[in-house]
Design a protein around this ligand. Structure first.
Ligand SMILES: Nc1nc2c(ncn2[C@@H]2O[C@H](COP(=O)(O)OP(=O)(O)OP(=O)(O)O)[C@@H](O)[C@H]2O)c(=O)[nH]1
Length: 314
């Protein structure tokens, strides 16, 4: 249970404390003034005593106001200022403020609630901005974010990087004949296969837009990338989603272009995407429902598929 929720239910004491303090200060001042006035001191001693007593009383009240009210307000506004400046190290307010049982504590707790709600909403917004709403895969922005971390790491660790570009064959015809909602459903089913195939934590799977998907595999050699890409292509075909208007198959199929950047090359993602795109268009030109792989160093030369994959391609 959080401090905030328990403290929020306690009665507030600030008002009570201040009423008590004011009554005490008034009574004490009146009594002391009356005592001084009734004393047999010479008039100038009485004047000095009163002129000391009144500032002392006022000073005590001011010190108390500063300690109870102004100082916490300063802390609260300092906290708000840091949050405004994006200093997230101060998201949790000091317990000095939130544990107080007076109005200042209540204000601090409500402020903290607000900050926590904002934090949750911001996290939700961030997630929404990185996820494709239809397939729930990452989107282009997520790819850029992940690449910012992944690519420098692959260069440092000197490992292989492979990029797969996948495109649904004759998807326009599918939409035209089965309708856009059926097309959406088809994309959702295809994303399920992508999710099931690329399950490593380091795999980056995104929907680039429309019926185009991208997968980035770290530390996966070209033959393995080819094998995975082609297995995925086969699984999508095996789902058997009818596509009776496709000129190339009776079911929904995909074409996949694969490119691999060997260790030590220092993969440039734009070059890799361009090269994978070329491989993809070569698949389309060859009649679709196929996988083509290339090395980044020789982008026009197709890699021979692994021996066991040749049978499944036919
Ligand atoms: N249902 C659905 N369709 C989409 C979505 N995004 C893009 N499309 C459609 O996908 C189709 C893509 O068509 P094209 O780029 O011509 O490609 P294609 O018909 O698949 O032909 P090839 O790629 O050459 O096999 C277009 O009709 C788009 O309207 C989406 O989110 N949902």
């Amino acid at each position: 249970m959080s401090i905030i929720s328990t403290q929020g239910k306690q009665p507030l004491t600030f008002k009570r404390q201040w009423v008590r303090l004011s009554v005490l200060a008034c009574v004490t001042t009146i009594l002391l003034s009356w005592g001084i006035g009734a004393s047999h001191w010479p008039w100038f001693i009485q004047a000095i005593a009163l002129s000391l007593l009144i500032p002392l009383g006022v000073g005590c009240v001011l010190v108390r106001i500063d300690r109870d009210l102004l100082s916490p307000m300063r802390r609260l506004s300092e906290h708000a200022r840091r949050l405004h400046e994006g200093d997230n190290t101060h998201l949790m307010m000091t317990t000095y403020l939130t544990e107080r049982s007076d109005e200042v504590g209540e204000l601090a707790r409500q402020f903290q609630h607000l900050v926590e709600d904002l934090k949750i909403h911001n996290a939700q917004l961030l997630e929404q901005s990185l996820v494709d709403p239809l397939t729930k895969l990452g989107n282009r922005r997520m790819l850029e974010n992940r690449l910012d971390v992944a690519l420098p790491l692959t260069r440092r660790l000197d490992c292989t990087v492979s990029v797969l570009m996948m495109d649904v064959d004759h998807f326009k015809l599918y939409n035209d004949h089965y309708g856009h909602p059926a097309g959406d459903q088809c994309l959702v089913q295809i994303s399920g296969v992508l999710r099931d195939t690329f399950r490593r934590e380091t795999d980056i799977v995104v929907r680039l837009g429309g019926e185009e998907f991208l997968v980035l595999l770290i530390d996966t050699p070209s033959q393995e990338a080819w094998r995975l890409a082609d297995a995925m292509r086969g699984m999508i075909q095996a789902m058997g989603i009818p596509h009776e208007y496709s000129p190339t198959a009776e079911v929904v199929t995909v074409s996949v272009g694969v490119v691999t950047s060997p260790p030590g090359v220092g993969a440039d993602i734009d070059d890799m995407i361009a090269c994978a795109d070329e491989a993809l268009y070569a698949c389309k030109a060859q009649g679709r429902n196929t996988t083509q792989a290339r090395m980044l160093s020789s982008p026009t030369e197709a890699i021979e598929p692994p021996a066991e994959a040749i049978d499944t391609q036919d």
